[in-house]
Ligand binder design. Structure first.
Ligand code: OSB
Ligand code: MG
Length: 334
């Protein structure tokens, strides 16, 4: 197994209620199977969501594929994806078919990640998203007082009367603020709020008013585990393959969510192109998946590197070559 480090800057930091994300550093994992098939995976740790960079590096340094399940999440993602990629290449099918989808899927719908900005730039970014063909936008929230967030949502709704608007509070509201938020946001037809309450407060969802605004769980999954989460008052479950430990695990949880009447939404942790492509394959393996948080490639300065799953018209193209993506050399990430 070969491990090669990489670092990619965001064009501008993504501000969240849980801190800014400005740069992504990780590892490409390359392994050559006995049958001659090569697999490439990516481990892109994000502290708060996964192990630290140093822990990931140390785990990968001693990793053997047979011990996959002893690895922390980002490291496991890297090795699991390399194995899945090699297996899919051996089968002669794109990764999403190898994951079990039995029909061709050309695209998956994605939300524009509009982030956190004052009302005017929010209005411009949402107007751009409409022009680019997006049918769904996601704004970060809870990084400002509620009244300021409401102004941002109002600006978005004004320029995009028909678009689906989602918010992500990243755990930043109290039950009181979230209650007021759900009452006000309903008037702007916000479809759901991701992690409106702190990750620890799973029970608090039952106390939020039913105004038609849905509840998506993200951070809480890592704190409570899937069984408790499927029993909670959520409408959507955010699945980040990097934080969950691999594309295989994310897809398994998507199936469990669907079985419980909860809509899965696949997103990245703003991963590099290899892991983002794999997340697009996971989304493609879920029949009629709703818009996913996979339009994150354009947030990263990747230079001349080709985008394996480009976004146009509000959808990401699903790679159709064998495996995850056409072979990418670690040097492409430099
Ligand atoms: O869902 C999206 O549109 C982008 C992904 C995103 O918001 C995100 C990216 C990195 C870390 C955490 C999160 C999050 O969903 O909270
Ligand atoms: Mg989130």
């Amino acid at each position: 197994m070969n491990i090669q480090s990489f670092a990619l800057d965001l064009h501008e930091p993504l501000a969240t209620a849980a801190g800014d994300i400005a740069r992504r550093e990780g590892f490409l994992v390359t392994l050559d199977e006995d049958d001659g098939c090569r697999g490439v995976g990516e481990a892109c740790p994000l502290p708060g969501w996964t192990e630290s960079y140093d822990e990931c590096r140390d785990a990968l340094a001693d990793a053997v594929p047979a011990d996959l399940d002893t690895l922390p999440p980002a490291a496991r993602h890297g090795v699991a994806l390399a194995l899945l990629d090699a297996d899919a290449r051996e089968d002669g099918v794109p990764l999403y078919r190898h994951l079990g989808r039995d029909e061709r899927v050309e695209t998956v719908p994605v939300n524009a990640t509009v982030g956190d900005a004052p009302p005017e730039p929010t209005r411009e970014r949402v107007a751009d998203a409409v022009r680019e063909g997006y049918t769904c936008v996601k704004l970060k929230a809870a990084n400002r007082p509620l009244a300021a967030d409401v102004e941002r949502v109002a600006a978005a709704r004004e320029v995009a009367p028909d678009i689906e608007i989602r918010l992500d509070a990243n755990g930043g509201w109290t039950r009181d603020t979230a209650t007021r938020a759900f009452e006000t946001l309903a008037t702007f037809d916000v479809s759901y709020v991701e992690q409106p309450l702190p990750a620890s407060d799973l029970g608090g969802f039952a106390a939020l008013p039913n105004t038609g605004v849905g509840i998506a769980l993200d951070e809480g999954l890592y704190e409570h585990g899937i069984d408790a989460v499927l029993d909670s008052e959520i409408t959507h479950l955010v699945l980040k393959p990097m934080a969950l430990g691999g594309p295989d695990i994310a897809l398994e949880l998507a199936g469990l969510a669907r079985g419980a009447g909860i809509e899965p939404v696949v997103t990245t942790t703003i991963d590099g192109p290899i892991a983002r492509a794999a997340a697009v394959h996971v989304a493609a393996a879920i029949p009629a998946v709703s818009a996913c948080g996979l339009a994150t490639g354009s947030l990263l300065a990747t230079g001349e590197m080709p985008d394996p799953a480009p976004v146009t018209g509000g959808v990401a193209a699903v790679p159709q070559k064998d495996g995850n993506t056409p072979a990418v050399l670690p040097a492409d990430y430099a």
